[in-house]
Every structure is written in C-alpha cells, then in structure tokens.
Design a protein around this ligand. Structure first.
Ligand SMILES: Cc1cc2nc3c(=O)[nH]c(=O)nc-3n(C[C@H](O)[C@H](O)[C@H](O)COP(=O)(O)OP(=O)(O)OC[C@H]3O[C@@H](n4cnc5c(N)ncnc54)[C@H](O)[C@@H]3O)c2cc1C
Length: 423
C-alpha cells in the first residue's frame, strides 16, 4: 500500500490543475494517469492551438453553460478567465485574444500549455505515474483505497478528474462515472455535445466549406420552437457544423427541424437599415435581365449556395430576374430567412468535443467540489454534468473546478492538521 495525502485520477487539465492547486501546503500528491503521457485531449484542443478560455465578464460568461449556470458560479467567481491567463503569463506563456473573444496561448500551441502545467507539477513535487489505469476507488476506515493493475494506493482525499466519454481514444472513456456510481452517486444520462450534425437527404454537399456568419438558428420539435440561437454555421460534405451548430447539437434528436437563415434579414446601406426583401425586389426588377441565381448572388448569397437552394426548391436559377413572380419570390425569401434542415442524427462520441451529462450536480457541493455523499471525495472537470459552448468555456470549467477543488482540499487539510485554529 502506497500512502499519500491526495490521490488524483486523470492527468488532463482538470487533474493537473487540481494537483497544482492543492500541493501548496507541502501535501503529498499523487496523480495517476492511464495513458503513457498527460493531457492528450488538451493537445488536440482548438485543433492543436488550444482555445483556453474566452474574454468577457462573469454574468455573460455564465450564459454559456446551459443548465449548469448556478452550479458553476462559485468556481468561476473563485477563478475566472483573467486568473487563468495570469497563471500562464506569470510562467512565461503569454495569451492572445483572437476572433470573437476566443483566448489562445500566443504561440498557438497547446503543447506549450501542457508544458507549463507539467513544469508546475514537477516544481511542486507532484508524483505523476503514467500507464496506471485506476480500476476502483473504495473507502476503508475513512481512507480512500485506489487500485490500479500494478499497485494499491491509500489517501485521505481522492479526486476524480477522468473527463467525459467523448474522443475516447484520448483516454477519457467514462471510467470516472463508474467510480462515482459505485460510491453512491447519480449519473445523469450521457450524450454527445459539441458535435457536427447529419441532415436527412443532405443536398448541400457542393456547398462544403461555405460558412455563414452569425446565422439565426431555430430548433423545432413537433412543430414547436425549442431553442433559438445565433452563430456561425459551416456546410460540410456530410451535414452542418460550425460553432452555432456545435453549440446547439446537445439538444438535437432525429426528426428535429433546424431552420437556418442563409442571409441576414436586414443590412446597413448608406447609414440606413434596408430590409432584405426590398433589396431582393430591387435586384429582380432593376436588373431584370440577370439570371435569378445572379440576382441572389448580388444580395450576398454565395453562388453555389444560391444554385443548391434553388435546386432544392425546384426553381430554375437560369430564369430572368424580371420573370420571377410574387409567389416564387416569397418561397425563396422564406427559405433565405429560415431554410429547414431535418436532423438525421447528431455525431457520436467519437466526433463530439464534449459530453452532456455525467456526475449529478445534486451530489456535489458547488462551493467546494466535494461530494455531498462521501466526505473527502472531490470532482474536477468534464466528469461532472457540465458542458459549455465552444469558444474556450470547457477548458475554463476544467481549470476553475480544479482550482476550487484544490483550494478546498488545502483548506480541509490545514483544518485537520490544526483543529484548534477553528477556535
Ligand atoms: C477535438 C477536441 C477539441 C477541443 N477543443 C477545445 C477548445 O479549444 N477549448 C475548450 O475549452 N475545450 C475544448 N475541448 C474540450 C476540452 O478539451 C475538455 O473539456 C477538457 O479536456 C476536459 O478536461 P478534463 O481534465 O476534465 O478531462 P480530459 O482532458 O478528458 O482528461 C481526463 C484524463 O483522465 C485520464 N483517465 C481517464 N480514466 C482514467 C483511469 N481509469 N485511470 C487513470 N486515468 C484515467 C484520461 O486518460 C485523461 O488523461 C475539445 C475537445 C476535443 C475532443
């Protein structure tokens, strides 16, 4: 039996940062990782560039976590985006803000983020053991017994930071759910989040690579509007992707209809707001000898998208603008402002960047990240029932929950060491 103060399972960003955050007071900390190296998912994050967090103030930031907003308020209040940036900047890795407020390491290399985390763990004397998959976490005489295929460990505190179940090849294959369930915790149903979406009878393959900026996205189920959002949409060979679709994907079921605006409903022209219908009519009438598809291109639609859309609507793109009657114009406009796509399915866990569901937040004290059922057991990162939007929100949650778990463990340890300090 190998003894430590704290044993953390999983050396992803959450596990590494918990280790850093609780090793301040000279605690002995062991980090057990099943892979032969740390942070495999972190390395592929942001296409290897690592979109580590997002700019913005707390109130706005919180709106990117769906139902978990209340739960994550304390962790973000304790350790927010600026704290995270400062942590890396102090250790020689400056951060840079890119498009739409996304924050990246200035080197645009996730390997540099991992290297700072590993360097800090080493400085603080954290023992990281690779190639040790934890098989079971149990309790005996108020100590946690953590078993791997090779050894058995014992500790006063245990942290589960095993991640979700998406991209399982990176190591996060859902083991933490089993550990938590065996210790009495409820696991909320798991499904893929931040995943591309497959569309029934997909006819827009030729538009692959076309991206719509800040499109209106409306999700309908059985004729009722379920979710409305705005975001960038990307056409792919197989269906839809891009931040607006990825964020929405956690809510999708086969048969749902996603209506997407292919063009903005109004635009600025010489200081005035001009309605898209007005602009379209102006094109059709004023340049009536032009083909319909060219008139559509003139109002801002990429030509391939105009051609594909007209094909779907069984309208010839070659007819002259002037010959388009009111009924046809209405059909085209309706489609431009909200073309319906029927969901075949959302992508699976192999394609998903996050997991919806996980350890029930009811079982976790949001002010400490400690289990409400098993004192001394803590959780950090994606293993909990929290999933954020694209844009750096998931990594920020991994770091913030870890900072709070680590701090809470340090406070608890110092109380245990000097109980008279309570007086
Ligand atoms: C392709 C992709 C791109 C992404 N890009 C971004 C991005 O740019 N910005 C962003 O905010 N988020 C991004 N994410 C999401 C983000 O990477 C995760 O939310 C984050 O890594 C979760 O951190 P974690 O430490 O909780 O879990 P993980 O990073 O999954 O780490 C868990 C660790 O636990 C280990 N482990 C699991 N089970 C055991 C066991 N039984 N014993 C020992 N070790 C175990 C795993 O091997 C792994 O190392 C992306 C995800 C993917 C898949």
């Amino acid at each position: 039996m190998i003894n430590y103060d704290v044993i953390i399972t999983g050396a992803g960003p959450a596990g590494l940062f918990t280790a850093i955050s609780c090793s301040n007071e000279g605690a002995s900390v062991s980090l057990l990782e099943k892979n032969t190296s740390a942070g495999r998912k972190l390395l592929v994050s942001g296409s290897g560039k690592c979109n580590i967090t997002h700019a913005g103030l707390l109130d706005e930031f919180l709106t990117h976590y769906w139902d978990a907003e209340k739960f994550i308020t304390p962790e973000l209040s304790n350790f927010m985006n600026l704290d995270l940036q400062k942590f890396f900047e102090k250790r020689g890795l400056p951060m840079v803000e890119m498009d739409n407020g996304k924050i990246f390491p200035a080197s645009l290399r996730s390997a540099d983020v991992l290297s700072v985390l590993l360097g800090e763990c080493m400085k603080r004397g954290v023992d990281i053991t690779y190639g040790h998959a934890v098989r079971e976490i149990s309790l005996s005489n108020s100590r946690f017994i953590v078993s791997t295929d090779h050894d058995t460990y014992s500790a006063a505190y245990a942290v589960v930071a095993t991640g979700g179940i998406s991209y399982p090849a990176t190591g996060s294959s859902g083991d933490g759910y089993r550990f938590a369930e065996n210790l009495g915790h409820k696991i909320m149903p798991l499904s893929p989040a931040l995943t591309p979406v497959y569309i029934k009878g997909w006819r827009f393959g030729a538009c692959s690579g076309i991206s719509l900026s800040e499109a209106e996205i409306n999700l309908y189920r059985e004729g009722r509007s379920i979710v409305r959002a705005k975001g960038d949409v990307l056409f792919t060979h197989k269906g839809l992707s891009g931040p607006g679709i990825l964020d929405m994907s956690r809510n999708l079921r086969p048969g749902d209809i996603i209506k997407i605006s292919l063009i903005s409903s109004s635009f600025r022209c010489m200081g005035n707001d001009v309605d898209i219908e007005e602009k379209f009519i102006h094109q059709l009438r004023g340049h009536g000898s032009k083909s319909l598809k060219n008139c559509m291109a003139e109002i801002g639609l990429p030509v391939t998208l105009a051609e594909t859309l007209l094909e779907c609507l069984s309208i010839s793109g070659r007819i002259k603008g002037a010959s388009v009657d009111k009924g046809t114009r209405r059909i085209i406009l309706n489609s431009l402002l909200g073309h319906p796509f029927e969901v075949e399915r959302a992508g699976g866990f192999n394609e998903a960047m996050a997991t919806r569901g996980g350890i029930s937040l009811e079982n976790i004290n949001r002010k400490t990240m400690e289990s409400r059922l098993v004192p001394g057991l803590y959780f950090a990162g994606e293993v909990m029932d929290v999933d954020g939007d694209t844009g750096g929100y998931n990594l920020q949650h991994a770091f913030s929950s870890a900072a709070l778990a680590g701090r809470s463990i340090s406070v608890s340890m110092s109380k245990r060491k000097s109980p008279q300090s309570k007086l």
